[in-house]
Design a protein around this ligand. Structure first.
Ligand code: HEM
Length: 545
């Protein structure tokens, strides 16, 4: 047999192998749904070969490019609703079998009653961002150990002690906004706010000032680059989406992040070793917590273990990602909603005047002197909670288990084994069954008592940070970050979205199909790590008269 024949035969064998593997996986995926369908469980029309893939084109045609995936599941739940807030969907090979949950009572079973863990399918999403296994996707004892370790760093008192550092970073953000006022330029507020929040989380995790609003910090830049490399869901052009340079760039970003963090860890370890431990300030930054934990089990050595460094890099990268991304989106949406509701903008400004006095330049020193003042802003808190209700930046994703059945309000039972459970916060938090005026921005609903008509009708209808043991460890920090930002921004600036101008510039203003809107909302949520306002929220800022 000639060399060419041998090569041809090897290629054919490989092809047959790949095809057989594909058919085997396809069979396994579809057979699960064939059984579920036979049980009469709720799902859209299903095809034994293609699963639910055939329904996607018509659903996606109703959404703008890049819209977050949860909108797609929302449309399906409305068009094919056969159950009480739950359906199954088979999108193999793009995802594992999934149950889509749009009812708070079923979500409570998942997150509180059964306290289900994280599924395998989250790993490929987090891998390039975090490097190793971050606590977000851990389960069992490994998760418990990390949760216990990091909890003190996020305690309310400890977070409040961060006020001074956060105020410093917010001062830099305000300076950048003043520059935009001066230049009159249109710019993406979301992008600017992501860099700002990156600087905030840099101080919380590493005690390090990135100053990335004014200069190029290697770690912050590599993390933001990594995120934009990784979030290519909206890229339809396969040459861009599957560009062979992407894995190389991802590897380079990963290396830069790990090198930077390793240097910080080593530096902190040397400081730690050379100081009298009783006099070391207990900052409870993430880096200090992990080093203190490391030393609990070891004697002082020359250097940190490589395995510890790998583990610590993954946790720190995780905090840098989750700690900046969703909070930035919440700040932008808060400013956007206030700009659309002058009556509430007026009210929040009055609340700030009353507490801090009318000289806005006094705010940083007042907050630094007395951080607890930030807890005396009920209306500001209501604005943030209402923003998180209308535009939740995250969702819950858990893994089903054998023997765990979810029940609907009629008592029907649904198996979860082998399924990813996707809880749709955007649908639950606008469900008219639980929310009066579900699509309106009504901060007052957070200031009224249970007898008032605006009061949410059930526990669990508001769940931006989720409930149960796996809820968001950073929620106190989020509230502090957003409150400080609003206090230092809303009285000095008027923010106006510039979507009309942006669309005109891009030639989209005559888009007859209205594809740049979702339910009349131009600032719909984009998939970009967590959900961010579409097109980065183009805007202009003005100095307030
Ligand atoms: C507006 C901002 C934020 C929102 C809406 C948000 C939302 C969430 C949600 C919904 C979960 C649970 C996910 C699930 O159940 O599958 C979660 C978990 C988590 N969040 Fe946040 N988050 C925010 C900001 C932050 C910040 C600032 C940090 C830390 C600096 C953080 C750290 C984490 C961690 C570590 C977990 C995993 C907790 C665990 O598994 O035990 N998040 N977050």
């Amino acid at each position: 047999m000639s060399r060419y024949q041998l090569a041809g035969q090897a290629a054919l064998t490989a092809l047959v192998g790949i095809l057989s593997y594909f058919i085997y996986k396809l069979y396994n995926a579809r057979v699960v749904f064939w059984r579920l369908k036979k049980l009469g469980l709720p799902m859209p029309p299903w095809n034994p070969i293609l699963g639910h893939l055939p329904i996607l084109p018509s659903v996606l045609a109703k959404l703008p490019k890049g819209a977050m995936q949860a909108y797609m599941f929302e449309i399906i739940s409305k068009e094919f609703e056969a159950s009480d807030g739950l359906y199954y969907i088979d999108l193999w090979p793009f995802s594992m079998p999934m149950m889509i949950i749009s009812d708070p009572l079923i979500a409570n079973q998942i997150c509180i009653e059964y306290d289900l863990g994280k599924p395998e399918m989250l790993k490929p999403f987090f891998k390039p961002i975090v490097g190793g296994e971050g606590m977000f996707i851990m389960n069992g004892e490994r998760w418990k150990r990390s949760a216990v370790l990091f909890a003190p760093g996020f305690a309310e008192r400890v977070i409040l002690e961060r006020t001074e550092q956060i105020v410093e970073e917010t001062g830099e953000y305000v300076k950048r906004l003043r520059e935009y006022v001066k230049s009159g330029e249109m710019f993406e507020l979301d992008n600017l706010t992501c860099w700002y929040m990156m600087d905030v989380i840099g101080t919380v995790t590493l005690n390090d000032r990135f100053m990335s609003l004014t200069s190029d910090n290697v770690l912050a830049t590599a993390m933001r680059n990594q995120l934009s490399q990784h979030m290519r869901e909206e890229e339809l052009n396969p040459f861009k989406r599957y560009n062979p340079m992407h894995p190389i760039r991802e590897h380079q970003n990963s290396k830069k992040m790990d090198e930077y963090i390793t240097n910080q860890l080593n530096k902190r370890y040397q400081e730690w070793k050379n100081t009298d431990r009783t006099s070391v300030p207990q900052t409870k930054s993430i880096i200090d917590l992990v080093i203190a934990d490391y030393m609990r089990e070891r004697t002082v050595g020359d250097k940190l273990d490589a395995s510890f460094i790998n583990w610590a890099c993954a946790q720190i990268r995780l905090f840098l990602f989750v700690g900046h991304d969703s909070t930035a989106a919440t700040i932008v949406y808060s400013l956007y909603l206030l700009s659309k509701h002058p009556e509430y903008l007026e009210r929040i400004r009055k609340e700030h005047d009353k507490l801090f006095g009318t000289n806005i330049d006094d705010v940083p020193s007042l907050l630094k002197k007395q951080p607890s003042m930030i807890n005396q802003l009920p209306f500001t808190t209501a604005v943030i909670k209402e923003t998180l209700r209308l535009f939740p930046p995250a969702a819950a994703f858990r893994g089903g288990e054998a023997g765990v059945f979810l029940s609907d309000s009629h008592g029907a039972r649904y198996p979860t084994e082998g399924c990813g459970l996707n809880v749709l916060h955007n649908v639950i938090q606008r469900n008219p069954k639980y929310w009066p005026r579900p699509n309106d921005f009504v901060p007052e609903r957070w200031l009224v008592g249970p007898d008032h008509e605006l009061y949410p009708k059930t526990k669990g209808a508001w769940r931006p940070f989720e409930y149960g043991t796996r809820n968001c460890v950073g929620q106190t920090l989020v509230m502090l970050d957003v409150k400080i930002t609003l206090v230092m921004v809303v009285r000095e600036f008027d923010v106006k979205d510039a979507y009309a101008e942006f669309d005109k510039f891009n030639g989209w203003e005559n888009d007859k199909k209205g594809l740049k809107m979702i339910d009349g909302e131009r600032a719909y949520q984009f998939s970009k790590g967590s959900a961010h306002p579409a097109d980065g929220f183009p805007c202009r800022v003005y100095q307030r008269n």
